[in-house]
Design a protein around this ligand. Structure first.
Ligand SMILES: NC(=O)c1ccc[n+]([C@@H]2O[C@H](COP(=O)([O-])OP(=O)(O)OC[C@H]3O[C@@H](n4cnc5c(N)ncnc54)[C@H](OP(=O)(O)O)[C@@H]3O)[C@@H](O)[C@H]2O)c1
Length: 404
């Protein structure tokens, strides 16, 4: 979430730099301004006091200055020249492997895929046009041909395969991750990187499918970049260039540790686990108080995802408040404080669980089991079977685009 907010702030900043005289502040002020023919107040939260040279922009995000790199500084010709002597071996072809791999290929870089022969990924890679013996190999062969090893196996598999992969990471190669998980929690994962190679990270802030779709739209996903080990003195530059090559639009500098802590925390919190828990709690109370499934679902999920959350995404929380009734605003402002106060201890507990490695331990244990796919599918079937999501299916079925 933070990164999306940051993007918006960044985009606002660039707009401010490149001209804008007026920006819409809120839904209501925009309407009022339009009515009155007057200009709405500009956004106050984001200010750009100065502009640095291209390539190293320091942007003021609500009072804190951060470094941001952008795609425009790495046009295709520059990328091709920069990586002209490199072979990029992308190991693993899940969601990120698919998105990053196809973007690298479309950018014209020398990229090959390494996956288990005849596994699900092997077949998927072939379906995407990767050719066995040409640019599709088993993992060991791909690594042996490469200068840059992009480890996009599942995090559990990175740990499992490390004893076989580590000896192949010889001096001169670069090791790339899209998550800080393996090296940061090395006491648990056993991924202790060789001391004589560059180790870098590009972590797209979204699914691999979005990495691909935004690239195809000519935009680019936000990604975090970080350096774990810089042997050549070029590690950061390489991370930025690779970030652009895999399809990022803006790149935000962080550390491996901060990336993995915030990512594990966010997905367990507001992004996935927390929001699912809030939906369930609200729905259950409505049902226990006699409301129908459709009313409970509409008031909990449908209005959120279809009406209000997109407003937050487009222009911020104040914009969403401004689009709602005075009654709704009063109650929401009051109750948001109570929710925050009650939930903050839980978020503290969650962060602690991430920082101490408890979440990593659980993830490694669960996802390394031979039957992890079946166990996961059973949990998904349980979720699908919950009344709230069955009611949701019926509500979505009424949308015009879902009617035959
Ligand atoms: N998905 C996201 O939204 C996202 C976003 C940002 C960063 N990341 C990071 O990107 C990395 C890749 O994640 P992902 O979601 O793309 O992939 P994933 O679904 O977690 O992993 C899939 C790949 O791992 C391979 N694999 C699993 N077990 C293996 C084993 N024992 N030996 C060899 N290969 C094995 C699979 O091959 P088979 O088909 O042969 O089983 C498949 O190619 C992770 O570090 C993740 O944290 C993911």
């Amino acid at each position: 979430m933070a990164s999306r907010r940051a993007t918006r702030a960044l985009q606002s900043s660039f707009k401010q730099l490149s001209a804008p005289t007026v920006q819409r502040r809120t839904f209501v002020s925009a309407i009022n301004a339009a009515k009155a023919g007057a200009a709405a107040a500009p956004r106050a939260a984001v200010t750009v006091p100065f502009q640095q040279k291209r390539g190293v922009k320091t942007i003021d995000f609500a009072g804190q200055k951060e470094k941001v790199f952008e795609r425009e500084d790495w046009p295709r010709e520059k990328l091709l020249d920069y990586f002209k002597d490199d072979t990029l071996a992308l190991i693993g072809y899940g969601s990120q492997g698919h998105g990053q791999g196809l973007n690298l290929r479309d950018n014209g870089l020398n990229v090959i895929i390494g996956v288990r022969k005849n596994g699900a990924s092997w077949k998927e890679a072939q379906q995407d046009g990767w050719i066995p013996g040409t640019n599709l190999f088993d993992i060991d062969e791909a690594i042996s041909k490469s200068t840059i090893v992009m480890n996009l196996l599942s995090d559990a598999a990175q740990s499992e395969t490390w004893p076989a992969i580590k000896p192949q990471l010889t001096k001169g190669k670069t090791l790339y991750f899209s998550h800080g998980f393996s090296p940061v929690f090395k006491d648990l994962t056993k991924v202790d990187v060789p001391k004589d190679i560059d180790v870098i990270l590009v972590a797209p802030k979204g699914s691999g499918r979005t990495v691909r779709s935004l690239f195809r739209e000519g935009r680019g996903i936000n990604s975090s970049i970080a350096v774990f080990q810089d042997v050549t003195g070029k590690a950061e530059e390489k991370a930025i260039a690779l970030g652009v090559a895999v399809g990022s639009g803006y790149l935000y500098k962080t550390t491996f540790e901060k990336e993995v802590f915030s990512d594990l925390y966010g997905e367990r919190g507001c992004l996935m686990g927390g929001i699912h828990g809030m939906f369930l709690a609200q729905y259950e109370v409505l049902r226990e108080r006699g409301h129908s499934p459709s009313e409970a679902f509409n008031e909990t999920v449908e209005e959120a995802t279809q009406s209000l959350y997109p407003l937050i995404g487009a222009n911020g929380m104040d914009y969403m408040y401004a689009a709602c009734s005075t009654t709704a605003r009063r109650g929401a402002i009051d109750w948001s404080k109570r929710f925050k106060d009650n939930l903050k201890p839980l978020f503290e507990e969650l962060y602690e669980s991430v920082a101490t490695g408890k979440e990593t331990q659980r993830s490694l244990e669960f996802n390394s089991r031979p039957d992890y796919r079946e166990a996961y599918e059973k949990e998904m079937a349980d979720i699908q079977g919950l009344e709230i999501w069955r009611a949701g299916k019926a509500v979505r079925g009424l949308r015009p685009e879902n009617q035959k």
